[in-house]
Design a protein. Structure first.
Length: 439
């Protein structure tokens, strides 16, 4: 019978015979696994050595099970989370989601409503093992004032547990309106936020991107946009963003999310756009679960199965030297009816959807796309690295190999923060019943 793992309460112990990606030992080119002993003291990792090297008397033998660093979720929507019970997507389409959220926001998004749903979402993420989150926040005035106030309070409340960044999300009309753009950008700067927006097929995309990049440059803001979340190969927001960054010489951080249209453009166009993205230094974040849910869902002609996966060219982008991450996106709202801000679920489903799982010996190098890579892209204080001197923020799994790890949801994982095991009990959905009009 297997003996349950107990993490010593004094925080001084060694995790022995743990399997970690070889990159932890300095070989960034390999995604294979190596067995190590990890010594933890005073909330930090104080040594990583060969099996048998640990000297602390309290030792936890993992017998080859895998240890990964706590997760970093680069693209979420905490202000939208968990509204599905009161506002479903009527047809599963992107437009259906947009209109449903618009109606719910105008009717219900008072500060108290947003705050409770945000806190619920963060408790889910924390229990699953996430240490840092960037959230996009709807900025259609007057929502920008309400939501930034709530976000600031949540960032302070969760400090030390989940590091939070906020990106102000605007539509094309707001960006093209000089007064509204400045109002949102100024409020975003006051909250230490990131300038965000969303556009896909739009005749003014070159102007939209120039105005947004100019405003970010003027106020010293970084940029994180939703681009080309569309099945239309004519969508050109990503290319226009790259052009604007290159032509302006913008030196801040730039992230583009979704980029779905890249996958339905012809090879010549896709290569041109990817080359520009690499030159501009734009990082790409793919949202595999949400994009699979929304894209190519068109039932106008009757019963129809989607013809494509809805995700961007992650493998080609990475091969071209572009920084890449994957993330949760929406959670139980009209844009995605499911999800729970679980970084491992994102990684596990990402392997199936994005096909970064072969060759298997390199697959673990991709584990960084939900930890160290997004942490570096976002500039979080938490680095997402399993390294000597780093916080002992770890997730212990049952599984010794790639296929053992990825074949189960790992609901019995152990989450360690600052060297201590945390309570991984998830909050009860019933807590939100009164907000959803349920008895």
């Amino acid at each position: 019978m297997e003996v349950p793992i107990t993490i010593p309460a004094d925080g001084h112990y060694a995790i022995t015979n743990a399997s970690v990606p070889v990159s932890v030992l300095g070989d960034a080119s390999s995604g294979d696994l190596a067995k190590v002993d990890i010594t933890i003291a005073d909330s930090k990792i104080v040594s990583i050595g060969a099996p048998g090297s640990a000297t602390l008397p309290q030792q936890i033998d993992l017998r080859g099970d895998i240890v990964l660093p706590a997760f970093v979720d680069l693209h979420t929507h905490l202000d939208k989370g968990h509204i599905w019970a009161r506002k479903e997507n009527p047809d599963g389409t992107w437009l259906g989601a947009l209109m449903a959220v618009l109606g719910d926001r105008e009717a219900n998004w008072a500060a108290s409503d947003v705050e409770r749903r945000m806190d619920f979402s963060l408790r889910c993420a924390y229990a699953h093992g996430t240490a840092a989150i960037r959230t996009h926040l709807d900025m259609a005035p007057p929502q920008h004032d309400i939501t930034w106030d709530v976000f600031e309070a949540m960032r302070e409340r969760w400090a030390g547990r989940i590091e939070l960044q906020g990106a102000g999300l605007m539509g094309p009309d707001t960006i093209l309106d000089a007064e509204k753009l400045r109002a949102v950008a100024t409020r975003t700067k006051a909250s230490g936020g990131i300038l965000g927006g969303s556009t896909a097929v739009h005749p003014e995309n070159p102007m939209i991107m120039r105005k947004l990049v100019e405003m970010a440059g003027e106020l010293g803001l970084n940029i994180d946009l939703h681009t080309d979340e569309s099945p239309d190969p004519k969508a050109n927001a990503l290319e226009c963003l790259a052009d604007a960054v290159i032509e302006s010489g913008f030196t801040g951080s730039v992230v583009a999310g979704h980029c779905c249209s890249l996958a339905v453009q012809d090879s010549e166009t896709a290569k041109r756009v990817i080359d520009k993205v690499a030159r501009a230094g734009i990082a790409i974040v793919s949202l595999p679960m949400c994009n699979m849910y929304l894209q190519d869902r068109d039932n106008k002609d009757g019963v129809r199965t989607p013809r494509w996966r809805g995700v961007t060219l992650v493998n080609e982008l990475k091969a071209a030297g572009v920084k890449v991450a994957i993330a949760s996106d929406n959670t139980r709202d009209p844009f995605y009816a499911y999800g729970d801000l679980d970084g491992f679920e994102v990684f596990r489903e990402g392997a199936r959807i994005l096909h970064f799982d072969h060759p298997q010996t390199e697959a673990f190098a991709w584990s960084r796309v939900v930890s160290a890579d997004p942490a570096a892209i976002a500039g979080f204080g938490y680095t997402g690295e399993l390294a000597v001197g780093a916080p002992a923020d770890l997730v212990l799994f049952k599984g010794r190999t790639w296929t053992e790890l990825m074949s189960r949801p790992q609901a019995d994982r152990i989450v360690i923060r600052a060297g201590q095991a945390i309570d991984t009990t998830l909050p009860d959905y019933r807590e939100l019943d009164d907000l959803m009009g349920q008895s």
